[in-house]
Design a protein around this ligand. Structure first.
Ligand code: BV8
Ligand code: ZN
Length: 290
């Protein structure tokens, strides 16, 4: 049966829900100017996954992999949360969702590494710990390949040798050959640092916590994801298998196989309306308020 787009019907389900999870992908940050992976300006258009987002790729050519992540850091570092992030941040506050989902817990499980969901919650609710799980790690963290130290790092550029290479990536020009010693190094042990993200063939972060949430969920919101990467693309299916409700928010009908609801269009428009009953343009002003 084709998924419904009946907002009132979906909101009546939220009224009775107890455990809501949201699974988000690159489409959540598209309106913030961050290219998605497979869209027309997609990140993967000019690169193959195996060239860049695997441990083997990093071992083989850390200079090239670092230039790709430096490029993404430079973009994400200038990006601001959009109305979709704001809608989720508001919905994550019990007092903000008490009309729509009075008895529900909520957790956002995001595949995104741009940190915009956490930034948005910190901007709106600085004293609360946001219910957000960043399952694929963080662009603005580094991991030392020698001592294992994981550290936040928003330096732009993260090291002098990478400065300006974002222009090469942007213009799909040949990357610079940066010597190992000029790549980001650990302040503690001088070991080579890697981006603090989860690569393919690596286990996701917080997998136990995520499994518990998925097993408990009676509603799954699937937001801005092509649902092509595992295990993130399995969560909604497992909620549906346990007779939970799945609602997809996407500009394309992707990942709607086990969906009961599909809200077509940009999530920066559909999320404020469906989750909060608010018009998207009302959301922008919220970030500017002191
Ligand atoms: C794992 C961090 C167990 C890095 C990412 C063979 C060998 C080994 C493994 C595998 C294998 N086959 C399959 C696997 C599993 C593998 C996998 O799924 N591979 C794929 C390629 C088939 N997964 C893994 O390896 C995972 N780990 O399985 O552990 C294990 C352990 C050891 C050995 C084997 C297995 C780890 C995966 C994590 C990879 N890291 N990110 C980085 O970002 O650089 S993945 C990265 O790509 C993202 O995080 C995200 O997950 C994915 C991109 O997907 P989306 O976010 O959905 O983005 P996309 O562009 O595709 O879609 C955007 C969507 O938004 C579209 O639908 C579009 O229509 C929509 N949209 C656009 N604008 C809007 C919008 N919607 C609404 N509003 C808008 N405005
Ligand atoms: Zn170290």
């Amino acid at each position: 049966m084709a998924p419904s787009s009946d907002v009132t019907k979906f909101q009546s389900i939220l009224q009775k829900s107890r455990h809501i999870i949201a699974i988000a992908g690159a489409g959540l940050s598209a309106a913030s100017g961050i290219p998605t992976f497979r869209g027309s300006d997609g990140l993967w258009l000019n690169y193959t996954l195996s060239d860049l987002a695997t441990p083997r790729a990093f071992r083989k050519n850390p200079s090239k992999v670092w230039q790709f992540y430096h490029y993404r850091r430079e973009i994400a570092g200038k990006a601001l949360p959009n109305p979709a992030h704001i809608a989720l941040a508001l919905f994550s506050q019990p007092d903000q969702r008490k009309e729509i989902a009075p008895d529900a817990e909520f957790t956002l499980i995001t595949q995104n590494v741009d940190g915009l969901s956490v930034l948005c919650s910190q901007m709106l609710f600085p004293s609360t710990d946001p219910p957000i799980i960043e399952m694929h790690g963080r662009l603005f963290e580094t991991l030392c390949t020698q001592c294992g130290d994981r550290m936040p790092n928003r330096d732009s550029p993260i090291c002098p040798a990478l400065a300006g290479t974002e222009e090469l990536v942007k213009s799909h020009a040949k990357e610079r050959q940066i010597p190992l010693e000029d790549l980001p190094r650990c302040p503690k042990c001088r070991g080579l640092l890697r981006p603090g993200v989860v690569w393919f063939e690596e286990s996701i972060l917080h997998d136990e916590e995520i499994s518990e949430l998925v097993d408990q969920a009676d509603v799954a919101l699937v937001i801005g994801t092509s649902s092509r990467v595992a295990p993130a693309n399995l969560f909604a299916h497992s909620v549906a298998e346990r007779k939970g409700t799945v609602a997809v928010f996407n500009t394309e009908p992707q990942g709607i196989g086990s969906a009961h609801f599909y809200f077509p269009g940009p999530c920066e428009q559909t999320l404020p309306r469906v989750l909060l009953g608010k018009e998207p343009d009302k959301m922008n002003g919220i970030l500017q308020q002191d």
